[in-house]
Design a protein around this ligand. Structure first.
Ligand SMILES: Nc1nc2c(ncn2[C@@H]2O[C@H](COP(=O)(O)OP(=O)(O)OP(=O)(O)O)[C@@H](O)[C@H]2O)c(=O)[nH]1
Ligand SMILES: [Mg+2]
Length: 249
């Protein structure tokens, strides 16, 4: 799946409104200076939200181009891998579909950790599911570094709402998206409306962020063309300090 720069859905609640990839990112990709991105890097994406809002259907529409009208609750978690190519660089997303049902939530939440992207889904025909967005966010951020996570708020089942009903809930959804710094989208897994666009946007935003982080890392390491391996080994050391005290000293 080759990813072209995909536009935001609503200007009022978008990460950025540039029409193309960041120029630093484009140059780095041209010169194949993307570090671990493209070789080892897999970004973890979790999809959370109330039961039956359509999380599983959303992932299945994108990954399998399939739709099931029968509801089968997700028990715990499921995951799908999706490979993309962005600016000629291979890039993978691991899409974690989690359970919305209360009784399976505690299993599911153990898989929230390490997410780069959090997608909070609500049903555009169910105001209560939008009301629960903050709770889902809180739960997801308990397991993650809030400053490192990119958030998407996605309204599902757009096919079931009339334009008038839809525009009413969209106003509220955009307000919440702004408050929680999420990018807002609305999709239908039944018709497929905006589903590919949405995931391509997720992939391009995640990719850009990863490449920029790589550039920052290599920028701070390189001094006058000399690669200082110290700074990374310090990090490794810091995180494994407890187990291996003084191993390199
Ligand atoms: N009309 C319509 N129905 C949908 C859409 N997406 C999902 N549904 C239906 O909504 C029900 C729930 O969908 P799921 O995807 O299983 O919901 P979920 O969020 O994964 O639910 P849990 O796994 O219990 O958390 C199913 O009957 C789907 O067919 C949509 O875009 N349009
Ligand atoms: Mg499900």
């Amino acid at each position: 799946l080759s990813v072209l720069p995909i536009a935001y859905f609503r200007k009022e609640a978008a990460f950025h409104t540039e029409e193309d990839f960041n120029s630093k990112v484009r140059t780095a990709c041209q010169e194949q200076r993307t570090g671990t991105v493209g070789r080892f890097k897999i970004s973890k994406v979790i999809v959370v939200g109330d039961l039956a809002v359509g999380k599983t259907c959303l992932i299945n529409r994108f990954c399998k181009d399939a739709f099931d009208k029968n509801y089968k609750a997700t028990i715990g978690v499921d995951f799908e891998m999706e490979r993309f190519e962005v600016l000629g660089i291979p890039f993978s997303l691991q899409l974690w579909d989690t359970a919305g049902q209360e009784r399976f939530k505690c299993i599911a939440s153990t898989y929230y950790r390490g997410a780069q992207v959090v997608i909070i889904a609500f049903d555009v025909n169910d105001v209560a599911s939008l009301g629960h967005v903050r709770q889902w966010l809180e739960d997801a951020l308990k397991e993650n570094d809030p400053t490192a996570v990119q958030l998407f708020l996605v309204g599902t089942k757009k096919d079931l709402s009339s334009p008038a009903q839809y525009s009413q809930i969209e106003q509220d959804a955009i307000k919440i998206a702004q408050e929680i710094s999420a990018e807002y989208w609305a999709v239908s897994s039944l018709t497929g409306e905006n589903v590919n666009e949405f995931f391509f946007r997720v992939a391009s935003v995640a990719f850009e962020t990863n490449v920029l982080a790589e550039l920052e890392k290599s920028g701070s390491r390189q001094i006058g063309g000399v690669v200082r391996i110290n700074s990374t080994s310090n990090n490794v050391h810091a995180s494994s300090k407890k187990k291996q005290p003084n191993c390199c000293q």
